[in-house]
Design a protein around this ligand. Structure first.
Ligand SMILES: [Zn+2]
Length: 266
């Protein structure tokens, strides 16, 4: 028999039920969104400076740092989200278990104190479930375009033409020639200036090319020759990832040109 002076756990008192319903895990997703925004702004700053600097050696490290910071933020968001979801279930489960226990009274106080009667421990239930979540996290899908950019920037920085295999919705096999993403618009045959991607078939074209292509048409077949989707101009939205590819490709080209200049001047 336990020699506790007071019971370690008690069922919730019926007068406390109202307070119990107000128990809610804190929603910190807004704070995380602010962090994502800040990381994204920092990335733009780095890339804009890279164009001016023309030397990419320090940029490599900055992009890599930013990328791992982003991954840490995403992991935290993920954990928070899962904790939030399971907390709701735990509270419900705890209440059911607790309601099944006899209400505390002078008569059964000793039974609760000595452990003849036991009430569930909310703390233990939460701790146990959180441990499972931390050990088996479920990866979340980054939906915002800023999050997507931060997720892929490290890969694209290394090779602006790289094929991103983890996301099927932004890339399409038809765009890949020899495992490379082309940075030129099939309509204008120039490097993308304002890339726009189809929500329907995920083919990307430059805005100026699309404006010409849809002139006088409400719907038309996708300009990609191997694609027969019927599209409207309004099916297209700005392609953030393609824009990032082009920006980085320009930075790399600029750095190469600077190297050439140095060699020439020697
Ligand atoms: Zn298409």
């Amino acid at each position: 028999m336990s020699q506790n002076a007071v019971p370690t756990t008690l069922p919730i008192h019926k007068n406390s039920i109202r307070n119990f319903h107000e128990l809610r895990p804190q929603d910190i997703s807004k704070d995380f969104n602010t962090i994502i925004e800040n990381l994204y702004d920092t990335l733009l700053l780095i890339l804009d400076n890279a164009i001016v600097m023309g030397d990419n050696s320090s940029i490599d490290e900055l992009v890599e740092n930013l990328s791992s910071q982003y991954q840490e933020v995403i992991n935290s968001i993920n954990l928070n989200l899962q904790k939030k979801n399971i907390t709701k279930n735990i509270l419900q489960e705890y209440k059911t278990l607790s309601d099944a226990c006899p209400q505390i009274s002078l008569d059964n106080w000793d039974d609760y104190r000595t452990g003849n009667l036991t009430a569930p421990s909310l703390f233990e239930m939460v701790e146990k479930s959180f441990k499972t979540v931390i050990e088996n996290p479920i990866p979340i899908e980054e939906k915002s375009s800023k999050a997507k950019i931060l997720k892929y920037v490290s890969q694209i920085w290394k090779d602006p033409h790289c094929v991103i295999t983890s996301d099927n919705t932004t890339e399409d096999d038809l765009m890949i020639e020899g495992g490379r993403i082309e940075l030129t618009c099939p309509i204008t045959v120039k490097v993308f200036e304002h890339p726009m991607i189809s929500n329907v078939c995920h083919h990307t074209f430059d805005k100026s090319g699309l404006v010409d292509y849809f002139k006088g048409y409400r719907t038309r077949e996708c300009p990609e020759s191997a694609c027969s989707q019927h599209l409207q101009f309004s099916d297209f939205k700005f392609d953030d990832v393609m824009s990032l590819r082009c920006k980085i490709a320009a930075i790399k080209k600029n750095a190469l040109n600077n190297d050439d200049t140095d060699i020439d001047s020697l």
